[in-house]
Ligand binder design. Sequence first.
Ligand SMILES: [Ca+2]
Ligand SMILES: [Ca+2]
Length: 171
Amino acid sequence: MRAKRASAFKNAKGFTLLELVIGIVVFTISLTIVLSLIVPQAEQTAEPFRQVKAAKLGQSLMNDILSRSYDENSDRSPPFETCNAKGNCSTTLGPEEANEDEYDDVDDYNGHVVSNVGGNYNNFSFAVTVDYDSDLNDSTPTDGQTFKRIDIAVTAPDGQVYNFSAYRGSY
Ligand SMILES: [Ca+2]
Ligand SMILES: [Ca+2]
């Protein structure tokens, strides 16, 4: 009985080192192929999510900017006279205030850049430009002082840029 068991053990062969190495190589190659198929699909799944986030960020920024007055020289209290009526609209567009918290007219955001919004929008960045565009035609800016065009370029973490534009009239 003991002799029979010893003989059975002797006949049971394991894997040789060469077989093991070949097995590992084959496994590695198949894993690489499977991963190369899955990873791009995972990227594509994240794309609409980033687009929605960029749209939300762009829209909320635009709402915030549009809530400011048309111009530094437009009245923000009664009698609410516009700079056009007074004939003193800003000729240089940009902030008159030192801090963003104090921005009070739309063109204060001209040249405003945030390299990382942070929080829910980590690694999202944006840049704002504001210009006079009174015939509502982007190809001919700085043509009268009755409309300002606000452009926001939001850059997602993957480098994709989303552009948002709006006009603010003098009222
Ligand atoms: Ca201002
Ligand atoms: Ca200003």
